[in-house]
Design a protein around this ligand. Sequence first.
Ligand SMILES: C[S@@+](CC[C@H](N)C(=O)[O-])C[C@H]1O[C@@H](n2cnc3c(N)ncnc32)[C@H](O)[C@@H]1O
Length: 312
Amino acid sequence: MIQSPLNYTGGKFKLLPQILPLFPKNVDRFFDFFCGGCNVGINVDCKENIFIDRDEHLIYLYQTFQHLEKKVVFEWIYDIIAEYRLSLVSRDGYKFYGCDSSVGLGAYNRDAFNRLREDFNNCAVIDYRYYVMMYVIIVHAFNNQIRFNSAGEFNLPVGKRDFNSRMHSKLSAFIDRIHSTSCKFICSDFRQFDTATLTQNDFVYADPPYLITCAAYNENGGWNDCDEHDLLKFLDSIHVAGIRFALSNVLSSKGNRNQILSAWLDRNANSYKVIHLKHSYANSNYHKADKISASDEVLVVNYDVSKGGDAT
Ligand SMILES: C[S@@+](CC[C@H](N)C(=O)[O-])C[C@H]1O[C@@H](n2cnc3c(N)ncnc32)[C@H](O)[C@@H]1O
């Protein structure tokens, strides 16, 4: 399976072995609404993958990877690393930079990263090179996150890692996949999407920010009760039109319950089915005792999973 080249917060990669088998098999177009790191859509086999997210930086970055030759993307990445004298552990090892893997490369890369970030923020021309520069920044930024302030400036500090061989392989496989399949990357709020263009052979997957858990994109009211209601109405409308959908969400987490989602599921108990997923805690700090109650991650579907996706 292909993993996002962005280490995206909230990425679904670890849950794919549970989610993918629940998707219908006979799909013409797979719509990955809230595509984020693209972990889900990129691994779905169908005639066309359509990735939608309202984050324009993300979408233009994917379009850059789609339109440039892979060799050019990598040439530019390594050019930028060399120009700013960022570390390259895959070539030199940690010792060369006077640090080890647990401490990371933050101290070594800080000045170079700040210069790169400043040049990027002052860039007058927004072209493919600009987005490759942004990718190099994300790779070297704190937790590989993407955050712009209200003035449109990238404002995260340097992180611990560099463009290591894992990142290289993930990006390489991702570009190969988007070059060899039919993909579209669309920047849009889900509410702006014209559902009349959907047909019954299409499949809609939605992985919105979760109302009751706190991730970077959910800070400062990034996703609120109104968004949640609008999304559930959106899914109801496509259900009425006979389109199949699957929604990822968290029904409860650390004692909090998503009451809006819960009430919607109760109202639609005859039409929608809730599948409770098993936890994936590979990198979490939870103590064993907390794991069971920590969160109830679900997939909600409006089709019969046992019949390979026929509408219910
Ligand atoms: C949980 S992440 C998706 C993760 C993705 N499924 C993955 O596996 O990498 C949620 C995404 O929703 C996007 N988003 C938030 N509000 C949105 C909206 N109103 N319309 C479209 N996308 C939105 C965010 O930019 C973010 O990328």
